[in-house]
Design a protein around this ligand. Structure first.
Ligand SMILES: Cc1ncc(COP(=O)(O)O)c(C=O)c1O
Length: 423
């Protein structure tokens, strides 16, 4: 079965099912476009099939103890392969990220963050986090996860022109805030953060032990492929996040650490507090995506960064203004539109251009990010970037009729591509 066969399958029942018809329409539409949303990716046939397997309909509850007067090993029956799927997935994830402890149960990156914060922090504690207008994740804003967990949240100093933490101001920040944890997690990452420097500043300026949580939601696939530094090696205590952005797995979350006592706290709190069901078909899918990254992670991650850098350069040479030309635009899957410059030149902004691109068949979000991870996964090569940049630039100056022409060119181009880095 391939991911494209879903269409064939649903065709058979589409007369009886409106939802089947919508699935076909959605898939036909998205297959004919270039997806550049930085938080999504393409599932391989094996990963997609695992989500649709029988495992997704079952429960397991590993539990050694007495039930109704007898000693049992599981609250359910028929689970003989399910726990093995989870154990093997953990082992493969640990190998991929070079850590001894992992939890593959969180159902999303947000839940992985909440579970980590909830297990390792207590009410009244304080976190420092990246400002949202500097790419920080909205969920760490004081009125969101911190409010729920009754912790305080203070914004780290940020250097907007270099799109990085303002390391020179950390001393003052840490001396006054005295955080219990620093969360380094960006939804708009362009360059690796200097975690070693953050660790040094914490050690010098905070009176008690402070943990570094690294939210790798966007860049797990790049870490797996060694195109982005290993956060644990640089001084993070734990890292977690989504498995479906540059990590091309199912929509879930993972938590990883080298510190046994931290994982023990997370595991103790987990079951029946944060989550019950963990969706084992999708854990199997995560295991398969991990196998694919173990095999293909390095060429995949290298290609992503090459695509970002080349697209950044070509767009910015044509007044499609891209952030941080002085830093080479990107060392990740993302490039960002510089809205002010863009607006001055073209007299319209990010949302309008996102709408025009959508008409041309290029899907980006409405916040000025463009991601190259799905291009790499779909079979796009560095030599195709000239063509893609040209579609962006022509769209800028186009009439709606010309966008129909571009749309057809992109549709034809998509037909020539074949998914890569699969088992
Ligand atoms: C940095 C960061 N952390 C966490 C999340 C939440 O991840 P999820 O959508 O998997 O819950 C996001 C979402 O995109 C994110 O960008």
């Amino acid at each position: 079965m391939s991911i494209w066969d879903v269409k064939e399958f649903f065709q058979k029942i589409s007369k009886k099912s409106d939802i089947s018809r919508l699935i076909i329409e959605h898939q036909t539409y998205r297959n004919s476009t270039l997806n550049m949303i930085p938080s999504e990716n393409l599932l391989s046939p094996a990963v997609a099939a695992a989500i649709a397997s029988d495992l997704e309909a079952r429960y397991t509850l590993p539990y050694s103890g007495e039930l109704h007067g007898e000693i049992v090993e599981n609250g359910y029956r028929g689970t003989r392969y399910m726990d093995e799927v989870e154990n093997e997935t953990n082992k493969k994830i640990q190998k991929l990220f070079n850590v001894p402890y992992s939890n593959v149960r969180p159902l999303s990156g947000h839940l992985a963050a909440m579970i980590t914060m909830g297990a390792l922090l207590k009410p009244g504690d304080t976190i420092s986090f990246l400002p949202v207008d500097g790419g920080g994740y909205d969920g760490y804003e004081p009125h969101l996860l911190p409010k729920l967990l009754q912790i305080k949240a203070k914004v780290l100093p940020f250097d907007y022109s270099n799109w990085d933490i303002d390391y020179n101001s950390l001393k003052k920040h840490f001396k006054s805030v005295q955080p219990n944890a620093v969360i380094i997690g960006s939804s708009f990452p362009l360059f690796p953060f200097d975690i070693k420097r953050v660790r040094e500043e914490l050690d010098e300026n905070v009176k008690h032990e402070t943990m570094i949580f690294f939210d790798a939601s966007h860049i797990f696939g790049l870490i797996a492929g060694k195109a982005y530094p290993d956060p644990i090696k640089d001084g993070a205590d734990i890292f977690y996040g989504s498995t479906h952005k540059t990590f091309f797995g199912p929509q879930r979350g993972i938590i990883l650490t080298h510190r046994e006592e931290l994982m023990e706290k997370i595991n103790t709190d987990f079951f029946w507090r944060w989550q019950d069901n963990s969706h084992w078909g999708s854990i199997a899918a995560l295991g398969i995506a991990t196998e694919e990254l173990l095999k293909w992670g390095e060429p995949y991650a290298k290609l992503i960064v090459q695509l970002s850098q080349k697209l950044g350069k070509m767009l910015s040479e044509n007044d499609f203004f891209i952030r941080c030309p002085h830093r080479g635009f990107s060392k990740t899957h993302q490039i960002h539109v510089l809205e002010e410059e863009f607006m001055n030149k073209w007299k319209f902004g990010i949302v309008k251009i996102a709408g025009m691109l959508e008409e041309s068949g290029i899907i980006v979000d409405n916040v000025g990010r463009m991601g190259t991870q799905e291009l790499a996964r779909s079979g796009v090569d560095v030599s195709d970037i000239g063509k893609i940049a040209d579609w962006f630039i022509r769209t800028l100056k186009s009439t709606s009729k010309e966008r129909v022409t571009i749309r057809n060119e992109i549709k034809n181009f998509k037909e020539t591509l074949k998914i890569k880095f699969t088992l």
